[in-house]
Design a protein around this ligand. Structure first.
Ligand SMILES: [Zn+2]
Ligand SMILES: [Zn+2]
Length: 104
């Protein structure tokens, strides 16, 4: 339960924006910090882990890492913006995990 900093009234969900709260008696709207809830944070971490595992299964190619000069990187391609545009090649350094892209 949250209370208003100004009048100690009860904070209720804001009708215009249900994600925010406002004071039921004076209308005060506290500024809310954009922090992820524990649930969201876990979801993000899980997602990153999945990406990492997917990366490990990608093919390796000979590509010089711009960061550590390691000669091998995982690569994949992705269509960016319009479909008539050339595919963009993405690389991820096998050693330092630096990620970069290459346009043809
Ligand atoms: Zn209030
Ligand atoms: Zn590297």
């Amino acid at each position: 339960m949250l209370f208003c900093l100004k009048c100690k009234g009860l904070l209720v969900p804001n009708k215009e924006d249900p994600k925010k709260v406002m004071c039921a008696s004076c209308g005060y709207k506290p500024r809310q910090k954009k922090t992820l809830s524990v649930k969201e944070r876990i979801a993000t971490e899980v997602k990153l882990e999945v990406v990492d595992k997917t990366i490990e299964t990608l093919p390796l190619t000979e590509a010089g890492c711009p960061r550590c000069n390691h000669g091998k990187a995982f690569y994949w391609t992705a269509q960016t913006r319009s479909s008539d545009e050339a595919e963009t090649r993405f690389f991820r350094c096998q050693k330092c995990r630096h990620q970069w892209r290459q346009y043809d």
